[in-house]
Ligand binder design. Structure first.
Ligand SMILES: [Zn+2]
Length: 425
C-alpha cells in the first residue's frame, strides 16, 4: 500500500514537472511573440524577459493562493466585445493590423474566457464604474476598496479607508503582495498601509526594493524602466513594455500571493487621439494576459489555487479621445478566470460594477464579507447565467453574426458549464 502511494506520488510529481515544462515553453513562446509583435512604435524593442526562470520547486506547505489582478487603463468595452471600430478608424486613421474581430484582437483573453472563465460587460451583462467621476484614480479606488469610491479625481490623497489588501495582510500575514504599474498614482488607493507591499509604480517609485534587486534579470528590467522615455505617457509614467516585463518576471521568480499589474498605454494613446496606437497597446496587453494565464496554469498544476482577473478602470466617451461622462464612460468589463470561477453556482442578480471585484476575491480567500453600505457583492454569486457572456468553443472558431454588433447573441455554453443547457445559445 505504501509502495503504491509512493508510486502515485511519483507519477503526480512527474506529471507536474511535465506540465510545468510545457507551461514554461508556452510562456517562452508567448514572450517571444510579445517581443516580436508588440509596441509597433518602438523599433527593436529590448529583450526584457527572454530568460524565463527555472521553476522553483515549492514544498507542499509553501503552496498557497495566488490572485493576479490586471487593469488595462481606459480600455473600452466596445473594443473588447466588438473588435476594431471602423467609425473610429475613419476619424483617427486606420489600424495597421489584420486582427479586427474581438477573438482575433484579444485571442488570449477569449481563450481564458472559453476555458472555464467568464467575460462580463457586453449588452447582456453591462458592468459599470460606480463613481460619477470617470477618471482613473476613482476607478482604481473602487477596484481595491470594493466600495463606491469617495475619491473623485486623480489628485486624491492616500486612502484612509482600509482596502482589500489591508485586510489581506492583516488576516494572512505570511502572504506576499506586489503592485507593479505604469502609472505611479495607483498605490495611493491600493492600501491604507503599503509598507508590507512590494511596489514598483511609474518609472521610479519603488518600495521593498530587495524583492526586485534579488534577481539580476528583474533588477536589470527595473533599471531599464527607470531610464526609459515616458512616451506615450509623461512625467514619471513607465511605458507598458517595461511594466509588463517586470511584472511577469516578478510573478515567476518571486511567486507572490497577490500581484496587481497596471498597464496604461491604451489610455495614453487614446488621449493622443491615436486609435492605431491604442489597438496596438491592447494587442500587447493581450500577449501579457496570455503569459500570465499560462503561468497560472502551471501553478494550478502544482496545487496552487490561482485566480486571474482582468478589467478596466473606466471606459471612454463616444468621441474616444477623452473620458467623457456617465454613463458612456462608466461602462467597463471584466474577465474572471481560474480558481473558484468554474466551480461556483451563480445566482441571478444582474448588477455588476467594479466594486464587485474585491468582494469576489474576498470570497475566494475566505476573507470576511465587507458589510459597508457602499460595498459590492461577489460576482460569483451575483451574475446570472443569462447575463454572463460564456464564450463557447464554437464562438471561438466562428465569426459572430453580423446582426450582433455586440456579441450578446453569440452567448454560448462553455463545454462544462455548471448551468448545462440553461445557458442561452
Ligand atoms: Zn485617461
Amino acid at each position: 500500500m505504501i509502495n503504491v502511494s509512493i508510486k502515485v506520488a511519483q507519477a503526480r510529481a512527474r506529471r507536474a514537472l511535465v506540465s510545468d515544462s510545457r507551461g514554461l515553453l508556452t510562456v517562452a513562446a508567448l514572450t517571444a511573440l510579445l517581443l516580436l509583435s508588440c509596441w509597433p512604435r518602438i523599433e527593436n524593442p529590448p529583450n526584457h524577459y527572454s530568460k524565463i526562470p527555472q521553476p522553483i520547486r515549492l514544498r507542499p506547505s509553501a503552496l498557497s493562493d495566488l490572485v493576479v489582478l490586471m487593469v488595462l487603463d481606459g480600455v473600452r468595452w466596445q473594443d473588447v466585445f466588438q473588435g476594431v471600430d471602423p467609425l473610429l478608424e475613419r476619424r483617427f486613421g486606420p489600424v495597421h493590423q489584420s486582427a479586427r474581430q474581438p477573438h482575433e484582437l484579444l485571442p488570449n483573453l477569449y481563450r481564458l474566457a472559453s476555458n472555464g472563465g467568464m467575460l462580463i460587460g457586453n449588452d447582456a451583462a453591462p458592468m459599470f464604474a460606480s463613481s460619477p467621476s470617470t477618471v482613473s484614480l476613482p476607478g482604481y479606488s473602487e477596484i481595491f476598496s470594493g466600495r463606491t469610491p469617495t475619491c473623485e479625481n486623480n489628485d486624491c490623497p492616500n486612502t484612509r479607508e482600509p482596502t482589500l489588501l489591508d485586510e489581506w495582510i492583516e488576516k494572512r500575514s505570511a502572504d506576499r503582495l506586489a503592485i507593479i504599474s505604469s502609472w505611479s498614482r495607483i498605490p495611493r488607493v491600493a492600501a491604507k498601509d503599503t509598507s508590507r507591499i512590494t511596489v514598483s509604480a511609474g518609472r521610479t517609485d519603488l518600495s521593498r526594493p530587495e524583492s526586485i534587486y534579488q534577481d539580476a534579470e528583474l533588477r536589470s528590467q527595473y533599471y531599464r524602466g527607470t531610464s526609459s522615455d515616458p512616451w506615450p505617457g509623461a512625467d514619471n509614467y513607465r511605458p507598458d513594455r517595461f511594466t509588463s516585463a517586470i511584472a511577469l518576471r516578478y510573478l515567476m521568480v518571486q511567486r507572490p500571493n497577490f500581484l496587481f499589474v497596471g498597464l496604461g498605454d491604451t489610455d495614453e494613446f487614446a488621449h493622443r487621439g491615436d486609435y492605431d496606437g491604442y489597438i496596438g497597446a491592447l494587442r500587447s496587453a493581450d500577449v501579457a494576459i496570455g503569459v500570465v494565464g499560462d503561468w497560472l496554469e502551471t501553478q494550478r498544476a502544482q496545487g496552487r489555487r490561482a485566480m486571474f482577473i482582468v478589467t478596466a478602470d473606466h471606459g471612454r466617451s463616444a468621441g474616444f479621445q477623452h473620458h467623457g461622462g456617465t454613463p458612456e464612460a462608466s461602462r467597463v468589463w471584466a474577465l474572471l478566470s481560474g480558481f473558484g470561477v468554474m466551480e461556483h453556482r451563480i445566482s441571478n442578480i444582474p448588477s455588476n460594477r467594479l466594486a464587485d471585484l474585491a468582494p469576489t476575491i474576498r470570497a475566494q480567500l475566505n476573507l470576511p464579507k465587507d458589510d459597508d453600505s457602499r460595498a459590492g457583492e461577489s460576482l460569483l454569486q451575483n451574475v446570472s447565467p443569462a447575463t454572463i457572456y460564456y464564450v463557447s468553443r464554437r464562438a471561438n472558431r466562428e465569426k459572430p453574426p453580423s446582426r450582433a454588433l455586440g456579441l450578446s447573441s453569440v452567448v454560448g455554453v462553455r463545454a462544462s458549464s455548471p448551468f448545462g443547457k440553461s445557458c442561452p445559445e
